[in-house]
Design a binder for this molecule. Sequence first.
Ligand code: PBG
Length: 329
Amino acid sequence: MYPIKRNRRLRTNEAIRSLVRETIISPNDFLVPLFVVEGKGIKEEIASMPNYYRYSLDLLQAEVKELWKLGLKSVLLFVKVPDNLKDNKGTEAINPDGLMQRAIKTVKNACPDMLVMTDVALDPYSVYGHDGIIEDGKVINDDSVDVLTEMSLSHAEAGADFLAPSDMMDGRILSIREALEDEGYTDTGIMSYSAKYASAFYGPFRDALDSAPVDALDIPKDKKTYQMDYANRFEALRETEMDIDEGADIVMVKPGLCYLDIVREIKNEVDVPVAVYQVSGEYSMLKAAAEKGWLDHDAVMMEQITAIKRAGADIIASYFAKDVVKLIS
Ligand code: PBG
């Protein structure tokens, strides 16, 4: 008798489909990236990221309260630093009164239980738009790690719950972990951008923060000496295992969609939570296609987010977080 097994039985209607569905999206899955600027009353749309905004501190409060009401309980903060405060060494990054330090306090005041994570890298503070310090035309490692460690302590002191080093310098996780322990920040966690690729998908983010590498003589024009080559797979495992050995509590793969093979592989190998960053370019591509009427925004958004979780993401950093939660609630 043919066929004994008909796979379509489990797809007959929405009730049975939802009963056997393997991957369910909830507000608990998300980490919400937020862009912060100096000033008052500012909520400005990022040109290359439709419906995504930079907030001044006063309006940031309202935004985090709204996120909390939607069930979004974790944010990842980024700051746009005024040009006159940028230098080569990230001096402003360790200013206890800097925009990031004030942003952390603002979120905690508005919403004390909100989990606050902060980006740790020099690019928004760098005149050259690089994640570390430049010397003789190169991004130097160890001195950059020293500043990133100071920066991390400064965020911890301001009240950050988790630090998210996105710089890809060698040895920074160990250095940050040791400094946190020495200074008594034993509960402050580290979410390491451990497998972060040199990707063209970061373009809109660099518009948002005005943080792209500058085009000048003796300045590397891309980040390929520290971010990973997208052709590589084993390297992602090595990077991730090293970061866990150095003390990372959570590891991350970035970007998302093009790297789901890496996500699955890492998820199979490690026993710490795995985060995936669906980056700015992924967001902007869908917004643009939807504006043109070429793709169904909500349907493609849900398909992509579900694919990221199905691949093994325990945490999804996404500019779609609010859109998704509104859609599914
Ligand atoms: C800073 C940083 C970047 C992103 C997150 N942290 C940019 C970069 O590395 O050039 C990209 C996020 C996005 O594109 O959404 N180091």
